[in-house]
Design a protein around this ligand. Structure first.
Ligand code: PRP
Ligand code: ZN
Ligand code: MG
Length: 225
Protein backbone atom coordinates (compact mmCIF):
# COMPACT_ATOMS: atom_id res chain seq x y z
CA UNK A 1 0.00 0.00 0.00
CA UNK A 2 1.07 3.57 -0.50
CA UNK A 3 1.93 6.12 2.17
CA UNK A 4 -1.41 7.20 3.64
CA UNK A 5 0.07 10.29 5.29
CA UNK A 6 0.35 11.86 1.83
CA UNK A 7 -2.68 13.66 0.40
CA UNK A 8 -4.11 11.64 -2.48
CA UNK A 9 -5.71 13.61 -5.30
CA UNK A 10 -7.46 12.01 -8.29
CA UNK A 11 -7.28 13.85 -11.61
CA UNK A 12 -8.27 12.93 -15.15
CA UNK A 13 -5.35 11.29 -16.95
CA UNK A 14 -6.14 12.93 -20.26
CA UNK A 15 -9.09 14.95 -21.45
CA UNK A 16 -10.78 18.28 -20.95
CA UNK A 17 -9.96 18.55 -17.22
CA UNK A 18 -6.36 17.30 -17.13
CA UNK A 19 -4.31 20.28 -18.22
CA UNK A 20 -6.38 22.87 -16.35
CA UNK A 21 -6.34 20.83 -13.13
CA UNK A 22 -2.57 20.41 -13.31
CA UNK A 23 -2.15 24.12 -14.12
CA UNK A 24 -4.27 25.00 -11.09
CA UNK A 25 -2.20 22.78 -8.79
CA UNK A 26 1.00 24.34 -10.14
CA UNK A 27 -0.43 27.85 -9.76
CA UNK A 28 -1.08 27.25 -6.06
CA UNK A 29 2.52 26.13 -5.55
CA UNK A 30 2.38 22.35 -5.90
CA UNK A 31 5.43 21.23 -7.86
CA UNK A 32 4.67 18.23 -10.06
CA UNK A 33 6.55 16.07 -12.47
CA UNK A 34 4.07 14.28 -14.68
CA UNK A 35 5.39 11.34 -16.67
CA UNK A 36 2.87 10.53 -19.31
CA UNK A 37 2.68 6.79 -18.82
CA UNK A 38 2.68 6.80 -15.02
CA UNK A 39 -0.60 6.43 -13.15
CA UNK A 40 0.83 8.11 -10.07
CA UNK A 41 2.76 11.39 -9.80
CA UNK A 42 4.45 12.58 -6.63
CA UNK A 43 4.80 16.24 -5.77
CA UNK A 44 8.39 17.23 -5.18
CA UNK A 45 7.63 19.94 -2.61
CA UNK A 46 4.40 18.87 -0.83
CA UNK A 47 3.27 15.52 0.61
CA UNK A 48 0.87 14.98 -2.29
CA UNK A 49 0.35 12.05 -4.67
CA UNK A 50 -1.66 12.51 -7.84
CA UNK A 51 -3.64 9.55 -9.10
CA UNK A 52 -4.18 9.93 -12.85
CA UNK A 53 -7.30 7.98 -13.83
CA UNK A 54 -10.31 8.03 -16.15
CA UNK A 55 -12.67 10.85 -15.20
CA UNK A 56 -15.54 8.38 -14.84
CA UNK A 57 -13.70 6.69 -11.96
CA UNK A 58 -13.03 9.86 -9.94
CA UNK A 59 -16.41 10.34 -8.17
CA UNK A 60 -16.42 6.73 -6.96
CA UNK A 61 -12.82 6.95 -5.73
CA UNK A 62 -13.74 9.97 -3.58
CA UNK A 63 -17.10 8.57 -2.43
CA UNK A 64 -15.48 5.27 -1.44
CA UNK A 65 -12.75 7.19 0.42
CA UNK A 66 -9.94 5.75 -1.68
CA UNK A 67 -8.58 9.24 -2.41
CA UNK A 68 -8.85 12.44 -0.35
CA UNK A 69 -9.63 14.92 -3.14
CA UNK A 70 -10.77 14.78 -6.75
CA UNK A 71 -11.04 17.24 -9.62
CA UNK A 72 -14.11 16.25 -11.61
CA UNK A 73 -16.81 17.56 -13.91
CA UNK A 74 -20.24 18.05 -12.35
CA UNK A 75 -21.67 15.92 -15.17
CA UNK A 76 -19.68 12.85 -14.10
CA UNK A 77 -20.42 13.57 -10.45
CA UNK A 78 -24.19 13.85 -10.94
CA UNK A 79 -24.31 10.75 -13.16
CA UNK A 80 -22.39 8.73 -10.55
CA UNK A 81 -24.71 9.93 -7.77
CA UNK A 82 -27.76 8.76 -9.74
CA UNK A 83 -26.08 5.45 -10.54
CA UNK A 84 -25.19 4.83 -6.89
CA UNK A 85 -28.65 5.85 -5.70
CA UNK A 86 -30.13 3.25 -8.07
CA UNK A 87 -27.87 0.64 -6.43
CA UNK A 88 -28.71 1.88 -2.90
CA UNK A 89 -25.14 3.05 -2.39
CA UNK A 90 -24.55 6.35 -0.59
CA UNK A 91 -22.75 9.23 -2.35
CA UNK A 92 -20.87 10.94 0.47
CA UNK A 93 -18.47 13.77 -0.35
CA UNK A 94 -18.01 17.51 0.21
CA UNK A 95 -17.76 20.04 -2.60
CA UNK A 96 -14.91 22.41 -1.74
CA UNK A 97 -14.96 24.70 -4.76
CA UNK A 98 -16.74 25.12 -8.10
CA UNK A 99 -13.93 25.91 -10.52
CA UNK A 100 -13.74 28.19 -13.54
CA UNK A 101 -12.81 25.62 -16.17
CA UNK A 102 -14.12 22.43 -17.72
CA UNK A 103 -17.30 24.14 -18.85
CA UNK A 104 -19.52 22.01 -21.06
CA UNK A 105 -23.15 21.08 -21.67
CA UNK A 106 -24.76 17.67 -21.74
CA UNK A 107 -27.11 18.01 -24.67
CA UNK A 108 -29.43 16.10 -26.92
CA UNK A 109 -28.15 16.30 -30.48
CA UNK A 110 -29.84 14.97 -33.57
CA UNK A 111 -28.91 14.27 -37.20
CA UNK A 112 -29.49 17.33 -39.37
CA UNK A 113 -32.10 15.46 -41.40
CA UNK A 114 -34.24 14.48 -38.38
CA UNK A 115 -37.36 16.64 -37.96
CA UNK A 116 -37.04 17.60 -34.29
CA UNK A 117 -39.96 19.45 -32.70
CA UNK A 118 -38.80 19.15 -29.11
CA UNK A 119 -38.04 16.15 -26.95
CA UNK A 120 -41.45 14.57 -27.75
CA UNK A 121 -40.00 13.85 -31.20
CA UNK A 122 -37.84 11.21 -29.49
CA UNK A 123 -40.85 9.16 -28.34
CA UNK A 124 -40.16 5.48 -29.06
CA UNK A 125 -36.65 6.27 -30.33
CA UNK A 126 -33.16 5.23 -29.22
CA UNK A 127 -30.67 7.79 -27.90
CA UNK A 128 -26.99 6.88 -27.51
CA UNK A 129 -25.20 8.28 -24.46
CA UNK A 130 -22.49 7.78 -21.86
CA UNK A 131 -24.85 9.34 -19.27
CA UNK A 132 -27.89 7.03 -19.15
CA UNK A 133 -29.03 8.11 -15.67
CA UNK A 134 -29.05 11.84 -16.46
CA UNK A 135 -30.75 11.14 -19.78
CA UNK A 136 -33.40 8.86 -18.28
CA UNK A 137 -34.12 11.44 -15.56
CA UNK A 138 -34.67 14.03 -18.30
CA UNK A 139 -37.00 11.73 -20.25
CA UNK A 140 -38.94 10.96 -17.05
CA UNK A 141 -39.34 14.68 -16.27
CA UNK A 142 -40.61 15.31 -19.80
CA UNK A 143 -42.85 12.23 -19.85
CA UNK A 144 -41.16 10.86 -22.94
CA UNK A 145 -40.71 7.13 -23.55
CA UNK A 146 -37.36 6.81 -25.25
CA UNK A 147 -34.56 4.34 -24.78
CA UNK A 148 -31.09 5.34 -23.60
CA UNK A 149 -28.44 3.20 -25.30
CA UNK A 150 -25.21 3.14 -23.31
CA UNK A 151 -21.97 3.73 -25.22
CA UNK A 152 -18.72 4.59 -23.44
CA UNK A 153 -17.20 6.24 -26.52
CA UNK A 154 -17.77 7.26 -30.14
CA UNK A 155 -21.29 8.33 -29.18
CA UNK A 156 -21.39 10.81 -32.05
CA UNK A 157 -21.17 8.09 -34.70
CA UNK A 158 -24.15 6.12 -33.34
CA UNK A 159 -26.82 7.68 -35.60
CA UNK A 160 -24.75 7.12 -38.75
CA UNK A 161 -23.98 3.57 -37.62
CA UNK A 162 -27.70 2.90 -37.22
CA UNK A 163 -27.29 2.22 -33.50
CA UNK A 164 -29.47 5.13 -32.35
CA UNK A 165 -31.68 7.91 -33.72
CA UNK A 166 -30.07 10.69 -31.71
CA UNK A 167 -27.37 11.19 -29.08
CA UNK A 168 -26.95 12.83 -25.70
CA UNK A 169 -23.34 13.86 -25.19
CA UNK A 170 -21.06 16.59 -23.91
CA UNK A 171 -20.70 19.65 -26.07
CA UNK A 172 -18.21 22.44 -25.57
CA UNK A 173 -17.14 23.98 -28.87
CA UNK A 174 -19.64 21.99 -30.94
CA UNK A 175 -16.91 20.88 -33.35
CA UNK A 176 -17.52 17.18 -32.74
CA UNK A 177 -21.23 17.48 -33.49
CA UNK A 178 -20.62 19.51 -36.63
CA UNK A 179 -18.05 17.03 -37.91
CA UNK A 180 -20.63 14.28 -37.54
CA UNK A 181 -23.63 15.94 -39.16
CA UNK A 182 -25.41 16.51 -35.84
CA UNK A 183 -26.71 19.63 -34.14
CA UNK A 184 -27.50 20.52 -30.55
CA UNK A 185 -31.16 20.73 -29.56
CA UNK A 186 -31.82 20.51 -25.80
CA UNK A 187 -29.32 21.20 -23.03
CA UNK A 188 -30.11 18.79 -20.22
CA UNK A 189 -27.25 19.61 -17.82
CA UNK A 190 -24.63 22.40 -17.60
CA UNK A 191 -21.35 21.51 -16.02
CA UNK A 192 -18.08 22.90 -14.74
CA UNK A 193 -15.18 21.31 -12.90
CA UNK A 194 -15.42 21.01 -9.12
CA UNK A 195 -12.99 20.08 -6.38
CA UNK A 196 -14.45 17.48 -4.04
CA UNK A 197 -13.23 15.95 -0.79
CA UNK A 198 -14.11 12.60 0.74
CA UNK A 199 -16.48 12.74 3.68
CA UNK A 200 -15.29 12.13 7.21
CA UNK A 201 -12.31 13.57 8.99
CA UNK A 202 -8.87 13.72 7.46
CA UNK A 203 -5.74 13.84 9.57
CA UNK A 204 -5.03 17.29 11.01
CA UNK A 205 -2.00 17.64 8.74
CA UNK A 206 -3.93 16.85 5.59
CA UNK A 207 -6.82 19.14 6.50
CA UNK A 208 -4.40 21.96 7.35
CA UNK A 209 -2.78 21.56 3.94
CA UNK A 210 -6.16 21.72 2.19
CA UNK A 211 -7.11 24.78 4.22
CA UNK A 212 -3.86 26.42 3.11
CA UNK A 213 -4.61 25.68 -0.55
CA UNK A 214 -8.24 26.82 -0.77
CA UNK A 215 -7.55 30.59 -0.44
CA UNK A 216 -4.84 30.21 -3.08
CA UNK A 217 -7.35 28.56 -5.43
CA UNK A 218 -9.70 31.50 -4.84
CA UNK A 219 -6.84 33.88 -5.59
CA UNK A 220 -5.95 32.13 -8.85
CA UNK A 221 -9.59 32.23 -9.98
CA UNK A 222 -9.98 35.91 -9.04
CA UNK A 223 -6.81 36.82 -10.93
CA UNK A 224 -8.29 35.30 -14.09
CA UNK A 225 -11.55 37.25 -13.87
C1 PRP B 1 -16.65 15.11 -25.09
C2 PRP B 1 -17.69 14.54 -26.01
C3 PRP B 1 -17.22 14.89 -27.38
C4 PRP B 1 -16.41 16.16 -27.17
C5 PRP B 1 -17.22 17.39 -27.56
O1 PRP B 1 -15.66 14.18 -24.82
O2 PRP B 1 -17.82 13.14 -25.83
O3 PRP B 1 -16.39 13.86 -27.88
O4 PRP B 1 -16.11 16.25 -25.77
O5 PRP B 1 -16.42 18.57 -27.51
P1 PRP B 1 -16.57 19.70 -28.62
O6 PRP B 1 -17.99 20.21 -28.59
O7 PRP B 1 -15.61 20.79 -28.20
O8 PRP B 1 -16.20 19.12 -29.93
P2 PRP B 1 -14.56 14.43 -23.65
O9 PRP B 1 -13.40 15.17 -24.22
O10 PRP B 1 -15.19 15.05 -22.46
O11 PRP B 1 -14.00 13.02 -23.29
P3 PRP B 1 -14.71 11.69 -22.74
O12 PRP B 1 -15.96 11.53 -23.55
O13 PRP B 1 -13.68 10.65 -23.00
O14 PRP B 1 -14.96 11.84 -21.26
ZN1 ZN C 1 -15.30 10.29 -19.54
MG1 MG D 1 -15.83 12.04 -25.93
Amino acid sequence: MSDTTRLRIAIQKSGRLSDDSISLLKAIGVKLQIRDRLLIAHSTNEPIDLLRVRDDDIPGLVMDGVVDLGFIGENELEEKMLERAAANKPSDFKTLRRLDYGGCRLSIAVPNELDYQGVQSLEGKKVATTYPYLLERFFAEKGVNAQAVMLTGSVEVAPRAGVADAICDLVSTGATLEANGLHEEDVIFSSKAVLIQKSGELSADKQAMINRFLPRIDGVMQAKE
